[in-house]
Design a protein around this ligand. Structure first.
Ligand code: DGL
Length: 271
C-alpha cells in the first residue's frame, strides 16, 4: 500500500466545453452523477454552430477552448461538443497533459453493448458525420457492425431556437430518421448535444424496437471512472459548485442555457 491510497480530495474543478449551450446536457448528467465535484463550463457561443464548419476550423476552436480551461487549472476536461470531440479529441489528448474525455467513445461503447442486430444509426451534425469519428469508434469496437450515419443540419439550430415540440422540429426529425427506419437499425446514437431535448419525439418516430443512446449519460459515467482510477475525485459528500463562461452574449446564454441544464443559471462571465 503506498501513500497514494490515502486519497485526499482533489478540489480542482472539472472543465467542460461546448460550441454553446448544448453541452449543458452533458454538464447536467455530470452534476447528477458527480454531485461533489466543482465544474467550470465554457460555452463558445460566439462561434456557434460548429456543425457546418470545416473540421480544421472546429479543431482550432476546440484548441482555443481547451487552452483556456487548462489555464484555469482544471483537473480534467470534458469535450461535451460532439463536433469538437469528433474533429479534435486525439490531437487535444496528444497536446495537453490534463486528462481529456470526449463524448464519442462513451456513446459508441454503449451502443455496441445494446445492439442485437448489429445495425446502429447515428444522428449528428455535418462535422461529426464528416469526421467519421463515431463510425471509426464503433467499428473498432465491433468490426462486424453496420453503421448508418445521418447528418441533421437543421436540427440543432431549430432546437436551440426554442420550441422543441414545434411541427418544424418534428418534420425535420421525421426526415432524418427515415433512412434509419429503412435500414432496420435497433440502436440510434444521439450524436449531438441538442438531441436529448427531443428524445420523446425521436422515440415516437423510431418506434419501441429502437434504443436511443444518450452520449451525455455515458460520458458522465466515464468521467466518474477516470476520477476514481486517477484518484483525483473530490469529496463525494459535499455539494459542488458550477460556474459559466461564454464567448458570446451572456444574457442569452443564461436564458437559453437553463432549458438545457434543467437547473438555474446565475452568473455568466464573458470571455
Ligand atoms: N454542440 C454541437 C454538437 O454536439 C451541436 C451544435 C453545433 O453545431 O455546434 O455537435
Amino acid at each position: 500500500m503506498d501513500a497514494h491510497n490515502q486519497q485526499s480530495p482533489d478540489r480542482r474543478a472539472i472543465g467542460v466545453f461546448d460550441s454553446g449551450v448544448g453541452g449543458l446536457t452533458v454538464l447536467h448528467e455530470c452534476l447528477v452523477n458527480l454531485p461533489g465535484e466543482d465544474f467550470v463550463y465554457l460555452g463558445d457561443t460566439g462561434n456557434f454552430p460548429y456543425g457546418p464548419k470545416p473540421l480544421s476550423e472546429v479543431r482550432a476552436l476546440a484548441f482555443a477552448a481547451a487552452s483556456r480551461l487548462v489555464a484555469m487549472g482544471v483537473k480534467l476536461i470534458v469535450v461535451a461538443c460532439n463536433s469538437a470531440a469528433a474533429a479534435a479529441l486525439p490531437q487535444l489528448q496528444a497536446t495537453f497533459s490534463t486528462p481529456i474525455v470526449g463524448v464519442v467513445m462513451p456513446g459508441a461503447r454503449a451502443a455496441v453493448q445494446v445492439t442485437r442486430v448489429r445495425r446502429i444509426g447515428i444522428l449528428a451534425t455535418e462535422a461529426t458525420v464528416r469526421s467519421n469519428a463515431y463510425q471509426n469508434a464503433l467499428t473498432t469496437l465491433d468490426a462486424g457492425l453496420e453503421v448508418f450515419p445521418v447528418a441533421c443540419p437543421r436540427l440543432a439550430p431549430l432546437i436551440q431556437e426554442g420550441d422543441v415540440f414545434s411541427e418544424e422540429v418534428e418534420e425535420a426529425a421525421r426526415e432524418y430518421v427515415a433512412p434509419l427506419r429503412q435500414a432496420g437499425v435497433d440502436t440510434v446514437i444521439l450524436g449531438c448535444t441538442h438531441y436529448p431535448l427531443i428524445t420523446p419525439m425521436l422515440r415516437r418516430l423510431l418506434g419501441p424496437g429502437v434504443t436511443l443512446i444518450n452520449s451525455a449519460e455515458e460520458t458522465a459515467r466515464e468521467v466518474r471512472e477516470i476520477l476514481d482510477r486517477k484518484m483525483i475525485a473530490n469529496d463525494p459528500a459535499r455539494e459542488g459548485d458550477y460556474r459559466f463562461f461564454a464567448t458570446g452574449n451572456t444574457e442569452e446564454f443564461r436564458q437559453v442555457g437553463a432549458r438545457f441544464l434543467q437547473l438555474p443559471i446565475r452568473e455568466v462571465v464573458q470571455i
